[in-house]
Ligand binder design. Structure first.
Ligand SMILES: Cc1cc2nc3c(=O)[nH]c(=O)nc-3n(C[C@H](O)[C@H](O)[C@H](O)COP(=O)(O)O)c2cc1C
Length: 209
């Protein structure tokens, strides 16, 4: 893919919350796109610790019904209506990607490289985030809208029971996706000047993008 196409995909990737079930790409292609990222993404010490599950259709709706159930046990009554509306919005989308880290892979690294033991949980989260981001950009490039949610750990037990998740898999994030039925919110971009520096070149930062 030429760099400009990749940059375009990065720029159109947004948090899209108004989603529907009309996917512009068939499920087989989406599954292949996601699997490709899981296969090729970088990981700390090449431990390949990220695990991914895609829930389409009724399975996706089941997830958000379970989230609603989990919410009732922890959210105060006055906030429940608002939270339920949010979850109902997710249900209107086509699918959800669940992102996990396999803690057994991370524990193995901690045993084999004790000098870094404290750092592996952070690197594991970063490994997972790389997969999340690559999938988000790829979905955007295919005209699919998505948003990223963190209903874990509230839904962990429900998810583990429903989809027979191994004990060592820890849920990190949920990416809801579907057809784009409404635009993303406006977003102001903080200028690059104070968040990006280049040394050893005469270029101004604005000339590098
Ligand atoms: C680590 C991380 C956690 C996030 N968690 C949530 C979340 O729980 N719920 C949500 O709606 N958006 C979440 N987001 C999305 C951000 O709010 C969003 O990316 C940011 O506001 C910029 O908007 P954009 O995605 O449209 O560029 C998260 C993003 C990141 C990088």
């Amino acid at each position: 893919m030429p760099c400009q196409e990749l940059q375009h995909a990065e720029a159109i990737r947004r948090s899209v919350y108004t989603l529907d079930k009309k996917l512009p790409v068939d499920q087989e292609k989406i599954t292949a796109m996601i699997g490709h990222t899981v296969l090729h993404a970088p990981s700390v010490f090449n431990c390949q610790s990220t695990r991914v599950i895609v829930l389409f259709g009724e399975e996706h709706e089941k997830l958000w019904e379970l989230a609603k159930e989990a919410l009732t046990s922890i959210v105060a009554c006055d906030q429940f209506g608002q939270k339920r509306q949010q979850v109902d919005k997710f249900k209107k989308a086509a699918a959800t990607v669940l992102f996990f880290e396999d803690k057994s892979a991370i524990r193995g690294l901690q045993t084999n490289f004790p000098a870094y033991a404290d750092l592996f949980p952070t690197w594991s989260a970063q490994t997972n985030a790389m997969v999340q981001y690559a999938i988000w950009v790829k979905l955007a490039s295919a005209g699919i809208g998505a948003n990223l949610q963190h209903y874990n750990p509230m839904i962990d037990e429900y998810v583990a029971a429903e989809w027979s998740i191994p004990d060592s898999w820890q849920l990190y994030a949920q990416m809801v996706f579907g057809g784009i039925a409404g635009p993303a919110d406006d977003k102001e971009l903080d200028p690059l000047e104070h968040r990006f520096k280049v040394f050893g070149s005469n270029l101004k930062v604005s000339e590098t993008v």
